[in-house]
Ligand binder design. Structure first.
Ligand SMILES: CC1=C(CCC(=O)O)c2cc3nc(cc4[nH]c(cc5[nH]c(cc1n2)c(C)c5CCC(=O)O)c(CCC(=O)O)c4C)C(CCC(=O)O)=C3C
Ligand SMILES: [Fe+2]
Length: 371
């Protein structure tokens, strides 16, 4: 029997994005509230959205993932409401949880649209959940929310990304360029966030990427019949120039590869679960332009999106978490060398800065061990 008992709803929780030009500035204010992002950066990011008609692709992609999750759950005979909410834009998390409560839900299992564990992809979501739950408790509405573990090393996510890399090499096509390097790309984060991401967890944000990047490159190389040289690069750096962020930037990597003689490159944005603005702007627009100026050809691998292997994996993880809540054994394997992350986050995981407890409450955390 497949069952999500004891949960009575599934929540797909995402970042959110603007739908139209008038949404762009209010959306950016939501994102950066209290975060000290320089105005110059906000104007620049606003331009990225205006260049696409003021609409982010992220909401439509989440609607597609929502539909795919519903279909996969229904196909396995699991009848449960599956809803979508965002941290930074409509439909807002608090409103979605309120509706769930009013429809009778008390225990909610969440999938966040971030595969890796760091402050931005884990604790920030958990802080927002805790804040929403506190606001609802004030209204007399009490709910419990858990989330599935980070899924960067889940076989379904890795298989979807491997297929996408193989397809991108095939599109590079004739003349075959076996030595065309593979550049994995993810969102840059501040170095203190990177350090903190590996303090309580078994591996840091960048180490999580390196773990699955090696698996994807090896498996893709086996299928293509030639070794695939690869590296990891970062995009979308923000903040002030005085704070270090994870490097190298993808544009610098492209220049370095060109200097080494590369004429073709495959870009694989494994840090993103769908074609977010970072992918369609920072890679498909900006990095592509860099490559063209250098006279290099690039193919960008697809993101996991609604790849059935990815969706199946997410549903397996929902079922795994529910089974664990019921006290049943679970033994799902990972694709990389790293073990599965724990279902409930370890106390103190994914802080903004190593060793610094911000005091901001975060949901979905295991209780601290008794002293
Ligand atoms: C690791 C990571 C992910 C992946 C995990 C996840 O998916 O959650 C992610 C996703 C996203 N980030 C997004 C957009 C933005 N991120 C910003 C700012 C920042 N991101 C950061 C990190 C990440 N971000 C950080 C350390 C900052 C600076 C400080 C801060 O503010 O925390 C800013 C402010 C301006 C700027 O500084 O660029 C914007 C507008 C969108 C929506 C895109 C769309 O519309 O398609 C998505 C999916
Ligand atoms: Fe971001």
């Amino acid at each position: 029997m497949t069952s999500l008992t004891p949960y009575d709803a599934v929540l797909l929780l995402s970042f959110g994005g603007p739908e139209k030009p008038e949404d762009v500035v209010p959306f950016l204010r939501n994102v950066t509230a209290g975060r000290g992002i320089p105005d110059a950066r906000l104007e620049e990011v606003g331009e990225h959205y205006y260049a696409f008609g003021g609409k982010s692709p992220i909401n439509d992609q989440n609607k597609a993932l929502l539909a795919a999750l519903r279909e996969e759950l229904a196909g396995r005979g699991v009848g449960i409401p599956v809803v979508w909410g965002n941290r930074n834009w409509d439909p807002y998390l608090t409103d979605v949880l309120r509706d769930l409560h009013d429809d009778g839900a008390r225990r909610v299992l969440t999938v966040v649209t971030s595969a890796y564990a760091s402050y931005s992809g884990c604790r920030q979501y958990r802080e927002n959940i805790a804040a929403s739950l506190a606001a609802l408790a004030e209204e007399g509405r009490n709910l419990d929310v858990d989330k599935i573990r980070p899924y960067f090393n889940d076989p379904g996510f890795v298989a979807a990304n491997t297929d996408a890399v193989v397809a991108a090499y095939e599109r590079l096509g004739a003349p075959p360029s076996p030595e065309a390097p593979l550049v994995f790309v993810t969102h840059s984060i501040p170095t203190p966030m990177e350090v903190a991401s590996g303090m309580v967890s078994p591996a840091s944000y960048s180490a999580q990427h390196l773990d699955v990047a090696g698996v994807i490159a090896t498996q893709a190389g086996e299928r293509l019949g030639h070794p695939v040289p690869w590296e990891l690069a970062y995009c979308s750096r923000s903040g002030t120039p005085y704070t270090p962020w994870t490097e190298p930037d993808v544009n610098r990597t492209l220049a370095a590869l060109h200097a080494d003689g590369a004429q073709q490159v495959v870009l694989a944005p494994i840090g993103f679960v769908s074609d977010h603005m970072e992918v369609i702007y920072d890679l498909d627009t900006e990095a592509k332009e860099t490559a063209e100026e250098l006279g290099m050809r690039t193919e960008r691998a697809a993101t996991a999106g609604t790849d059935p292997q990815f969706v199946t994996g997410l549903v397996d993880l929902l079922l795994e978490r529910a089974a664990a809540e019921r006290g049943e054994p679970t033994e799902r394997e990972t694709a990389g060398a790293l073990a599965p992350w724990p279902g409930a986050c370890r106390p103190g995981c994914c802080r903004l800065r190593a060793g610094v407890d911000s005091g901001v409450p975060a949901a979905c955390e295991a209780p601290a061990p008794a002293p």
